[in-house]
Design a protein around this ligand. Sequence first.
Ligand SMILES: [Zn+2]
Ligand SMILES: [Zn+2]
Length: 371
Amino acid sequence: MPRVSAPLQRPALLPWLLRYCGSLGCSLCALRTGRSGDSVDASYPRSLPHPRPSLAPPPGLRVVRGSLRQRRVRDCPWEAHPPLPAAPLLSSMSALEWYAHKSLGDGIFWIQERFYESGNRANIWLVRGSEQDVVIDTGLGLRSLPEYLYSSGLLQDSGAKEDAGRRPLLAVATHVHFDHSGGLYQFDQVAVHRAEAEALARGDNFETVTWLSDSEVVRAPSPGWRARQFRVQAVQPTLILQDGDVINLGDRQLTVMHMPGHSRGSICLHDKDRKVLFSGDVVYDGSLIDWLPYSRISDYVGTCERLIELVDSGLVEKVLPGHFNTFGAERLFRLASNYISKAGICHKVSTFAMRSLASLALRVTNSRTSP
Ligand SMILES: [Zn+2]
Ligand SMILES: [Zn+2]
């Protein structure tokens, strides 16, 4: 009988760092504050460095466990998929096979990469407007996301040659980390916050924290594909964003909120009218990561204060995050306030050590994989 994939730890990136370093800071903070130093759920055992977020595949996505190359995705109610051959791929997987999507209604679609089975698998959001459509984050980019959008019918193709006759489509990166930015090169129109525009333009795989293993990609997108080949490709942004900018889709507006802390150019997109927040990695229902090379705790605290203000002002009812499932205002408030309460000196010390080690590991890895 098929089993739902076992929950994975969110920090697939350098898990050993979190196991051996993260627990120290959390335990110290717990002593200081008299409660769990962790940010999400105090019911988790103290021995766990971080709580286990709900990393099971989104509701209904069932995965058969098996040997690495034989896992099969079945019974996915998101969208019907073409059957996959049981034998190893003899040709490249199609975009239709690689992605799955689900409609949330009101012109919003939730897209995922089916065979990237990792805590780093990012949510991809398609938001349709009356005059322009927006893709928020693009995943790894191992198969063509634009091709999927058109061939699955999520976006209308007029049938005209090439791109003629298609409505404008803008790809917005909530930040440049590899799990969100890898597919940006497939789009003609690309927007990113100005703090990370240069890194994207030069394909800086240190700042994109590129970290991908063969074991996370449970079906190779093409014969002979290996994770070590993966790089975030350099992309020249066509639109540089800053706080307060408004992306006009016609019948809906997305306001850019610069929310640094996780990375220096992290943004949220806020649909004020519908009280929906696309939060990227600024906040999701799991342990927030503030130990990467361009993370900054003081910025993250300010960002969380801003999130709390949004909740207090009644401006957010639904959060569509960069990872895991969607959640509401109450959860947003808890996640943000818990981060602020844990961001004391103990946390800063342990995070400093983790950031140093992570930076070293990323330097080594990305020099090794440089072309
Ligand atoms: Zn990130
Ligand atoms: Zn991410």
